[in-house]
Structure formats: C-alpha cells, structure tokens
Ligand binder design. Structure first.
Ligand code: 5GP
Ligand code: MN
Length: 336
C-alpha cells in the first residue's frame, strides 16, 4: 500500500511510468490518460500510455497521441515497459479483465499500481486509489489528483487541460448527465482558462464523422430499431454483415444507442452488435433505472447506472432474445 505522502515523494524523482486504460478506449479513457501523461512528462518522468486495443480516429488528435502504444500492435514493447515500470496508473477502469491480456502483465508486475476511477465495485489490485463513483469522469479525478492531492495547479497547461476537458465532455454526454455538478462546471471553467479550446474540442470529437458512419446510423435507425412500448424500451441490433456492408470502423457505433434513448417515452435503450468473437451490448437508461445491474447480472459486464455494457457468448438473435426475456423482471421500474 502507498499513502499520498509516499506517492508524492516517489513522484518527486523521475520514474518509469506506464499509464493504461480500458480496452476500446473512449473519450474519458484517452482524455484522462493523456491528461495525466502531459502532466507527468513536465516533471521529467519517463511516462508511456499503453492502450489494450486501438481507439477511434475522433480521439486520435489529443496532445501526446503520437506517443501512445497500442498493446495489440506492439505486445513485446508493451510487456517490457510494464515489466520495467516503477508505477502503473490504471485510469477509468477497476478490474484487470477490462485491459484484456494486459491484465495478467499488470497483475504480475511489482510496480506500484495507482487506480484513478469512477466505476462501481473496484477489484483489489491497486496500491493507491483515487476512486469516486460520483465523479462524472476519470478525467475529473485526474484533475483533482493533480490540483488537490499533488498541489500542482500550475502544471495544468494547455495540453493537460485539452485532454481532461475531452474526458469530462465525453463522459458527461456534453455536460448533460446528472453527475455534471457545479464542481464539474468549475473544473471545466479552469480547464478553459488553462487553454482548452472548448468549441474546437467539440468539433474534433463530434463533427468528424465519415460518410459511411452517417449512412450506417441511418441504416440503424431505419432498419435495426425495435421499440417495445410495453416496456418503454428500444433495441437497435446490428449484425456482422451490416458492419461489413457499411465499412464500420472502431468508434463508428459509439453514441448510436443514445438515439434510441432520445424518444420521449423510452427509459431503457440497448445497442446490441455482433462483433467477431462475441455479441456486445451497450445499455443506456434514464433516471433511476439501473442499466449496470442488467449488464452485471446477465451479460458479464457492468458500468454506471445510466450507461453500462457487457457481452453475450451466444449469437445475435440469442442475445436479443435474452435481453427481451429480462424485461418483465424490470417492468415496474420501466413503466413507472
Ligand atoms: P459502452 O456501452 O460505451 O461500451 O460502455 C458504457 C459503460 O459501461 C462504460 O462506462 C464502461 O466502462 C462500462 N462497460 C462497458 N462494457 C463493459 C464490460 O464488458 N464490463 C464492465 N464491467 N463494464 C463495461
Ligand atoms: Mn469514464
């Protein structure tokens, strides 16, 4: 175990540091990781961000992106860096299964592990934890770590601010989710003052779709959407063939589930997609409905109350049917 004083002391000397985050990184995963990276390199640390898998183009522009190592593309280099690291920062996840094969390497490493996360039920693999489920993003906690725990507000430069702004913006659904507190808005104001160009970041993340992504979205809404009014639930299910036909790339499916949730009466929306090896589910809900409970209980997953994910080992039809069979159990919550 490490306490804050010992961690602060360690960080006073240049260290070999690995920063990692969950597979298929989203805006918060990349924003929190690169935000921390841009902070650490200012102090002379030898820091590397290693992601378990690749991530979408709309997240590939943040400062430091060119230095990111993708485990699946450079497994040997990644393993060496993990083995040699003195500190490993684990951002936006709290279970080693979320970093795929890297989980074993990180678990075996003798490095100090620092978890900065906002998901429920953390596993016990860390030596220092900055964890708060009420935070709207891991990037919010990285800001708090730098400013309030390490007392380095002056090191939140334009690069750090840009990355952390991206993490908070994406995980709070552009400052719309209930956990977007006044504290979050104050942090975001600080980040803008520190150089984050808010309108430009929105452009880069949200207005960078390809034509195929837009046509794929049209296909999902026109042909793959099923509304179950008796459960105030909507499902969008997408087959492997659809993904191939529309040339769907990493990240192209992100956010589509929100269109299903945007109907007035809908309380629960599911995006169910047939990937190469398994069927992935993304659930979104409104208000008190616990989407993460369904993912945890039935789909080997988890997440937050209003945004959760998991997977099924059956085929697409089986996954959709399994999801529908669960709905009666939640009918009361769905129709209230
Ligand atoms: P998404 O639907 O965007 O993939 O994920 C939504 C939320 O659920 C994210 O916060 C993510 O961390 C969580 N999540 C997604 N897939 C899984 C999974 O397989 N296991 C767990 N524990 N959480 C997941
Ligand atoms: Mn997050």
């Amino acid at each position: 175990m490490l306490d804050l004083a010992a961690l602060t002391h360690l960080l006073e000397q240049p260290q070999k540091i690995v920063i990692t985050t969950h597979h298929k990184p989203d805006g918060d995963a990349m924003g929190s990781s690169l935000g921390l990276y841009n902070y650490l390199i200012q102090q002379g640390h030898h820091a590397k961000v290693i992601t378990p898998t690749d991530y979408p183009d709309f997240l590939s522009w943040m400062p430091g992106n060119e230095e990111v190592i993708i485990y699946t593309e450079q497994p040997e280099l990644s393993a060496t860096l993990i083995a040699e690291a003195h500190l490993i920062f684990c951002l936006d996840f709290n279970a080693l299964s979320r970093i795929n094969e890297m989980g074993e390497l990180v678990g075996q490493s003798s490095a100090y592990k620092i978890m900065i996360d906002h998901h429920l039920e953390p596993e016990d693999f860390d030596d220092y934890r900055h964890w708060n489920i009420n935070a709207c993003a891991a990037a919010q906690l990285v800001y708090d770590f730098i400013v309030n725990q390490l007392h380095h507000p002056e090191l939140v430069n334009k690069d750090v601010a840009t990355c952390l702004y991206t993490g908070i913006m994406t995980d709070s659904a552009s400052f719309r989710l209930p956990n977007t507190s006044s504290t979050v808005h104050r942090i975001v104001a600080d980040l803008i003052d520190a150089g984050a160009v808010n309108w430009r970041i929105h452009e880069l993340v949200y207005n960078s779709a390809s034509e195929s992504r837009l046509r794929f979205l049209g296909h999902c809404l026109a042909n793959c959407l099923e509304v179950l009014p008796e459960y105030n639930t909507a499902i969008i299910s997408v087959s492997k063939e659809d993904l191939e036909k529309f040339d769907v790339n990493t990240g192209d499916t992100e956010g589509i589930v929100n269109y299903a949730l945007s109907m007035a009466s809908i309380r629960l929306a599911a995006f169910i997609v047939e990937r190469r090896d398994k069927v992935k589910l993304s659930l979104r809900s409104k208000g008190e409905f616990p989407a993460n409970e369904i993912c945890k209980k039935y789909f080997n997953g988890g997440g937050h109350r209003n945004a959760a994910g998991g997977y099924s080992n059956g085929n697409l039809e089986q996954a959709v049917n399994q999801f529908k069979l669960i709905l009666p159990e939640y009918k009361k919550l769905l129709i209230q």
